[in-house]
Design a protein. Structure first.
Ligand SMILES: C[S@@+](CC[C@H](N)C(=O)[O-])C[C@H]1O[C@@H](n2cnc3c(N)ncnc32)[C@H](O)[C@@H]1O
Length: 228
């Protein structure tokens, strides 16, 4: 039987894409930058241009999008707020185009509606990395209070002149006890890239394996209904 296909938009080096692959999808990644370490089929293109080609998008069973988050993420809040306007916020347009295509989808972005919020502790990882996951055209059962796990401690590093130790590493930025490349690889379960920028952008594959298993059940349910 042919595997369902998933279009992985804004794919970077494929933290998200690898999780969907493990959940059983054939994955095609799209990024505007050449990502030679992407572990599946890769297309270098503008993700929004691809999304505007509705006929192409509808050849897939599902779509994931991680539009760049710098406009809204924690790193451009507080004292770094002045940096935010330097980045395009592509969330609104991505969502609009995905809804118009009508293919079941997932958007991961700080502005995304938090239908699901995943955390490294749910998967025994060495990062906390809370991520908002918005479901487009389908739903799954998730309750933060029930499914989120209490953190075992703090994120290691220097904050406002105070050093904290803890079981998690900070997989972003540089200095002040931030994770080294091997620490990030270990903490997130990503072995196929050693490029610092790609690791700092990545979603741990465990997150999208979890969401991918639920998305797969939805997609397979649709196929069964169509066949009946
Ligand atoms: C947050 S990262 C995605 C991380 C990825 N989901 C992962 O888990 O590894 C965002 C990516 O979007 C890419 N990007 C930015 N603008 C783009 C565009 N218009 N079309 C395609 N990719 C774009 C960047 O090069 C970057 O790799």
């Amino acid at each position: 039987m042919k595997k369902p296909r998933l279009l992985d938009l804004f794919c970077c080096s494929g933290g998200a894409g690898e999780g969907y692959f493990r959940a059983g999808f054939d994955v095609v990644g799209v990024d505007i930058v050449e990502r030679e370490r992407y572990p599946h089929l890769f297309v270098k293109a503008d993700a929004l241009e691809i999304l505007r080609n509705v006929d192409y998008v509808r050849t897939f069973d599902a779509v994931h999008a991680s539009p760049p988050c710098q406009a809204a993420c924690a790193l451009t809040k507080g004292t770094n707020q002045h940096l935010a306007p330097n980045y395009d916020d592509l969330y609104d347009e991505t969502k609009e185009l995905m809804e118009a295509a009508g293919v079941p989808g997932v958007i991961e972005n700080p502005s995304a509606r938090p239908d699901v919020v995943l955390c490294g502790e749910m998967f025994g990882l060495g990062v906390l990395r809370h991520r908002n996951i918005e479901l487009v055209g389908w739903t799954t059962d998730f309750k933060f209070k029930r499914d989120h796990r209490k953190h075992r401690g703090r994120v290691r590093g220097l904050r406002h002149g105070v050093w904290y130790d803890g079981p998690y590493v900070a997989a972003y930025g540089n200095g002040g006890g931030k994770a080294t490349v091997p620490e990030m690889q270990r903490a997130m379960g990503i072995t196929w890239t050693d490029v610092r920028e790609e690791l700092t952008e990545a979603i741990p594959p465990a997150y999208t394996e979890w969401i991918g298993e639920r998305l797969m059940a939805h997609v397979m349910g649709d196929e069964m209904r169509e066949a009946a």
